[in-house]
Design a protein around this ligand. Sequence first.
Ligand code: DGL
Length: 276
Amino acid sequence: MQRKKEIKTLGNNNPIGIFDSGFGGLTVMSAINKILPYENLIYFGDTAHVPYGTKSQNAIIKFSKKITSFLIKNNVKLIVVACNTVSALALPVLDKIAKIPVIGVISPGARAAVGASKNLKIGIIGTEGTIGSKSYPKAISKLAKAKTYQQACPLFVLFVEEGLTEGEIIDTIAKKYIKPLLSKKIDTLVLGCTHYPLIRKTLEKNLDKNIVLVDSAKSTAMEVKRILEQKSLLASKNNKKYLKFYVSNNPEKFKKIGMRFFSKDIKDVKKVDLDD
Ligand code: DGL
């Protein structure tokens, strides 16, 4: 309890730190930027180690601890773990080392799914790491007596990063992944990966019309707002707002591909090496 109190020493205009394995967390940053337009935001994309979805829990903990320390050194007032895989496999460890609030995407996503589902039959798609951790079913079971059905979709990340978000090939893959979930009569599907909002159209096309798609980006942004309000730490309206982007590899590629995730131009991207 004591350590979380230290947040009071940080000012309202200190930045929010957001991180992900690469580009995907920009969908969460975009939602935060819309819902909290006065906040300074610092983003870190671990492009040297992406994808996380197929890596071991130990590796993910090691990478994300370094990123958390980097963000803390940059005086962030709150950290958003904008990656489902890190939220699933490393959140308690990061929460322990940080003296500021650390928010993942799983609990907000689970809450949104329970809120949206009428028959409490909820499907979840994500990376192998997220699905293997059963984090979504566990978070959902704390909120409601729901039936959950999971499906790992490892190929989606590769396709989204290649810009292949629509067309015959991704349709075929989507059908294959989704088929087992459809037979369970789900009425809600959690997009449990930062990349999946970009294939929303393809998913909708291959799902029954009544199925609600839940994207945790928006619910996470709402959670950030709620916590900052509660701690009286919202940025002031006259804050000289900035957005900063850091990556561990290939800033030029990040600018190009990141635009699709952030839905805006990304101008200044700095490379930092956290492996030293
Ligand atoms: N950001 C990851 C997630 O949300 C997807 C990309 C990756 O595997 O690193 O799980």
